[in-house]
Design a protein around this ligand. Sequence first.
Ligand code: NAP
Length: 338
Amino acid sequence: MRIVLVGFGVVGRSFAELIDREARKLELDYGLRLKIVGIADQKGAAVSDEGIDPRKALESKTEKGTLEGLGAEVYTRGMKAVELIREADAEVMIESTPTELKRGEPGLSHIKMAMQNGRHVICTNKGPLAIAMPALIELAHHNDVMFKFSGTVGGGTPVLDFAKKCLEGSEIRSISGILNGTSNFILSKMAAEGVAMADALAEAQRLGYAEADPTYDIGGFDTACKLVITSNYVMGSSLSIRDVDIRGITEVTQEDIAKAKAREGVIKLIGRVGSSAKVSPEVVSSTHPLNVSGTFNAVCFDTHPAGEITLVGKGAGGMETATAVLRDLIEIRRTFTR
Ligand SMILES: NC(=O)c1ccc[n+]([C@@H]2O[C@H](COP(=O)([O-])OP(=O)(O)OC[C@H]3O[C@@H](n4cnc5c(N)ncnc54)[C@H](OP(=O)(O)O)[C@@H]3O)[C@@H](O)[C@H]2O)c1
């Protein structure tokens, strides 16, 4: 299977490392022979019909910060990802550029270009889905390609496919979940150690869980993106992020945490969708399965007639997300070799 990687950061590089390390096993177990025929980052792109050695690409990116170490016959500085997607002879495009929530770019243009050129798409970038998921699903149908995005929710924890495949036959009435590891780390630390929000946030930044600008995580926007994607995929809604009522954790105080504790509860940032969609801090009973600590994610499906079913796992991480991309690739291969 010939693939193009658009975005060669934490996720893109973890994926390259994973398929390099597991090449033999992937072929033996799944008949998956993967060849990277193109890689784009912000500075340029590399294209090779014969295939790009993932090791060499990783070495070049580590040593030079670009892909120019692959050689002048392969690498073009300034080449745009859309050109690469159009020109490279690939079956699948893997999109892992940064999430942007105003216009969903540059991911949205990459996905459209790939689908219009008959490439299957695997996306870990939440921006295009939060803005235009129903339209992208329609475009994929129209062009007879698959559109997979397992890595956008839950990192390596298979939240979307668990709900879609394992809960088949049940009615999912509502979904509630802790979908952002950074916020959960901060709230857990505030509750366990009595520290203020600013100190817990500083610790999350020191450990690399939070960005220098943490608004996306603690403002509730990342949770809202994941809620939109989960609701649309699992419950068949047509939401965009504009339909979600969003309140983050910035105003949670030690006093709120103490009040929750007195009621045998904990404060968690919950994304909730049923008849409406919202993100806000809520008091959760300390014995409820959603009470996970640290950077863990937990998603609770309220199903009929089976009742509440909760899935817990690590919600992010480069290698974890790369495993989700791999699951998507395996599904694409299975679907198209039947
Ligand atoms: N990291 C995680 O644990 C995780 C988990 C789930 C989902 N995600 C999502 O997956 C996506 C990628 O995450 P990441 O952590 O890998 O991000 P990252 O480390 O910041 O990497 C982003 C990559 O995209 C490239 N890029 C930026 N603009 C581009 C453009 N216009 N054309 C081509 N390439 C462009 C960057 O190029 P340069 O290298 O030249 O800067 C970089 O290689 C994000 O949307 C993120 O929200 C991440």
